[in-house]
Design a binder for this molecule. Structure first.
Ligand code: ATP
Length: 513
């Protein structure tokens, strides 16, 4: 199965099993807007909890916040979003399809990297045990030529982005002979800038003075509340403010399911530090966030850092944590050193002093900020991509979501073997025993085998079956999702078993916080 086919299957699976639906589907959906179904909302809430607890509960110096989506319009002038929150777009004149010019070039560079890796793999097979990879990479004319071309384009690309040179960006697309995947032609328009903020009117008159924006990032709600939180919480630097909330971006291209949405959720933490210590903290947060991802156990090699080619207007260092999605390594989270840009700018625009008095140095200053910013929906897709497995069994195949148990939407399904002889009542007693602490389902429809498969497909760690023996000795059959092994367990042991397996504790311990 190709990665593309796998991704298609994943999207279909998300719909079929109540994880993600297209928004307002009965009206044929709305571009890049999605709804979460009965299982999706549980998984999403569990991811939120993993993030929130590891930030707020496990760090004494991080507190939470829930700011409004609407903010005073001056906020976006001060933050620079009104003038600089743009993406470069380009259209293909034949297919009439629109693309992000920077993404076209990035994809081209990723293809060159793939080409190089393929050459190396081919040579490894050809030379067998004698293969010296380092020497091959240093001497193979074909590899060297591709690397040189790629690096030249990379240098031009970085410069074009930093100089805001849209003509050069277009020229790179022409020079790399990038074609539109739909029409196959190179008939491109000029590159233009496009502001990503959605606007609307507040109040009953529609004049421009009432224009407000749907926040494109949650961070600004944190910055404008810096003094409120710092003073009321008597917070001492370094400290952080964490927030989970909706953000909106009028994305130019949104074709990758929930990877790029127009309405999405972010989990952001702004960490305020003494000026001059920001690089140290940036490195600390890079490591902490990478550890958070890796603790989920989806394979350390599937994550990498990717430093930004172009720094945003507010940043002096920025890296992305990328995951190997079915469509390649892509950003899941950004770790940015935002300097004193935001607080300093809000101080200027509002005319209010936004400073911190440092009792250790006796000075007042505008703190520097290190931000960790992760898309909840993108994380959801990452977890689903990593967990989705098609397994060949002796006689047939099964689809199983290998989710960490604490993230699974349903922790256990309770199944009476048959719908009579007191088994449904006994099963209901077990549901009642567990339901106050765990999300449990009761299922009595179809054969037990089919019921197992339904639970595998949504990642339920345990299936608990009530049978004739249960009524005699108060034991049940517990079937484990990953191994499919079954064991006999006493009913009074069930709570402990589910609690042990589904607790977040195991993950948190891996974070060493
Ligand atoms: P990209 O380069 O993919 O457009 P970005 O660098 O603009 O993303 P940030 O502004 O750093 O993204 O936002 C932080 C995080 O928010 C991203 O790492 C991503 O997980 C998430 N995110 C950003 N835009 C979207 C979107 N349109 N849909 C879903 N998640 C998003």
């Amino acid at each position: 199965m190709t990665q593309e086919e796998l991704f298609k299957k994943l999207v279909a699976h998300c719909k079929e099993y109540g994880f993600v639906f297209p928004s307002s589907e009965i009206y044929d959906g709305l571009g890049a807007v999605y709804d979460y179904g009965q299982n999706g909302v549980e998984l999403k809430n569990n991811i939120k909890r993993y993030w929130w607890d590891s930030m707020v509960k496990l760090h004494e110096n991080i507190v939470g916040l829930d700011a409004a989506i609407f903010m005073h319009p001056k906020t976006w002038e001060a933050s620079g979003h009104l003038s600089a929150f743009n993406d470069p777009l380009i259209d293909n004149k034949d297919s009439k399809k629109r693309y992000r010019a920077d993404v076209l070039v990035e994809d081209w560079m990723a293809k060159q990297d793939e080409k190089i890796e393929k050459e190396v793999e081919k040579a490894r097979k050809r030379f067998g045990e004698k293969f010296d990879e380092a020497q091959y990479r240093a001497t193979s004319p074909r590899v060297l030529e591709t690397v040189k071309h790629r690096d030249e384009i990379h240098a031009r690309f970085t410069k074009a982005l930093n100089d805001n040179d849209l003509g050069e960006l277009r020229q790179i697309i022409i020079d790399c002979e990038i074609v539109c995947p739909i029409s196959g032609t190179r008939n491109w328009t000029e590159v233009r800038q496009f502001n990503l903020m959605f606007s609307t009117q507040m109040g009953s008159t529609a004049d421009a003075a009432n224009t407000i924006y749907l926040r494109p990032e949650t961070a600004q709600g944190i910055f404008v509340n810096f003094l409120n939180v710092q003073k009321t919480g008597r917070m001492k630097l370094p400290f952080g403010i964490a927030q989970i909330g909706k953000a909106f971006r009028n994305e130019i291209v949104a074709r990758q399911f929930i990877f790029r949405m127009r309405e999405f959720e972010q989990m952001e933490m702004q960490f305020f530090v003494r000026p001059g210590t920001e690089m140290e903290w940036w490195n600390t947060w890079k490591e902490r966030r990478m550890a958070w991802h890796r603790a989920l156990g989806f394979g350390d090699d599937n994550y990498q850092f990717h430093d930004h080619d172009k720094l945003a207007h507010y940043a002096n260092a920025a890296t992305d944590i990328e995951y190997k999605f079915p469509f390649g390594f892509k950003e899941v989270e950004g770790v940015h050193s935002r300097t004193d840009f935001d607080l300093g700018s809000h101080q200027k625009f509002s005319g209010k002093k936004i400073q911190y008095f440092d009792p250790e140095t006796g000075e007042s200053y505008v703190p520097y900020v290190v931000e960790t910013s992760i898309g909840l929906d993108r994380m959801f897709l990452q977890v689903m991509s990593a967990a989705y497995t098609e397994e060949q069994l002796e006689k047939d195949t099964r689809v199983v979501l290998r989710l960490p148990a604490c993230l699974a939407p349903v922790k256990a399904a309770v199944l009476p073997l048959v719908k009579k002889d007191g088994m449904p009542e006994k099963a209901q007693e077990i549901v009642d025993l567990l339901k106050y602490d765990f999300n449990i389902v009761y299922d009595e429809k179809d054969s037990v085998g089919k019921r197992y498969r339904r639970q595998d497909a949504i990642g339920t760690p345990f299936c608990i079956t009530v049978d004739g023996q249960t009524l005699e000795d108060n034991t049940v059959t517990v079937r484990h999702r990953d191994t499919m092994e079954q064991e006999r367990v006493a009913i009074d042991q069930l709570y402990h078993m589910v609690e042990e397996e589904c607790s977040y504790r195991k993950l948190y311990k891996k974070l060493h916080l």
